[in-house]
Design a protein around this ligand. Structure first.
Ligand SMILES: [Ca+2]
Length: 116
């Protein structure tokens, strides 16, 4: 088995090995983006004959739900841990603590509701 980091694989045109497994190490900070990715393999025999290329499509998905975190802040944006304000005072709702499991996959949008 040959180990390679995704960053290195992405930065070189091709990788040659003499074994049959290429282990691609993916760092959570730099994952393959969501969507289809195509990999190609050619093999050469001991006589120097080259195969036709074989291709495989790898689909990267994100099926992990993000976590919503909702805080109340005063009208200057200071978080109010007790979530108490005087009647008539302005306030803010903050979703800043919300996050997805893998950093960088990002949250697309925020939906706010006044429930009661
Ligand atoms: Ca996600």
């Amino acid at each position: 088995m040959t180990d390679i980091t995704l960053e290195k694989f992405q930065s070189t045109a091709e990788v040659k090995t003499q074994d049959t497994l290429l282990k691609v190490d993916v760092s959570p900070d730099n994952p393959l983006p969501v969507g289809p990715h195509v990999f190609e393999l050619e093999v050469i025999d001991k006589a120097g004959n080259r195969s036709a290329p074989a291709r495989v499509q790898l689909i990267v998905r994100d099926s992990q739900a993000p976590t919503a975190v909702l805080n109340v802040a005063d009208s200057q944006g200071r978080i109010l841990p007790e979530a108490v304000i005087e009647m008539g005072a302005g306030f803010m709702l903050s979703a800043k603590g919300s996050q997805d499991l893998i950093p960088g996959t990002g949250i697309e949008n925020y939906t706010w509701r006044l429930v009661s």
